[in-house]
Design a protein around this ligand. Sequence first.
Ligand SMILES: [Zn+2]
Length: 175
Amino acid sequence: MEYLELKKLLKFSLKEKEIIKKLEMPEDAFLPLIFSIRFGGDWSLNKNSKKVMSIKEKITRYDKEKKIGYTLEIVYLFLNPILLSQEGTVHRLEKCSNKKERELVKRPYKVIVGSEYILKATMDPLESTIRLKKVNSPLEFTGSSAYGVSHEIEHLEKGEIKGKPFWEFKYLIDD
Ligand SMILES: [Zn+2]
């Protein structure tokens, strides 16, 4: 890494520390959010009976006339989340970062999540900003974010994700 890049990374990390202090959050509680920002995806962490998870949503805005757009990334950080309700069953394949192969699992289509503290981070690639805002609990999610919530809460409560391996699928030839 170049010296100037290193300096910028250091400045970014220091700013991060400052923000964590301002938000009066334990540093560990901020980690899943940092992971979602740096590496993408959803994350969870269970430490000293404190549970934290981050759920990422993506919204693409595209102007068909100008043919230009951007993808907003919204990360919700939850402190001690609980699943208040869930609705529906969706059979799907999922890849967990702890495992090499995808597995067949069942997830709810809609969830409502309660939490002691929810922080919403909006990453705007046009502005190059990460806006932080405390939001009220509970929150409702549907579709892919609901699957993410269910996946991370399974990690927090049971540790590992349990599903059927892909080799239980059968190839069929249609004619
Ligand atoms: Zn996982």
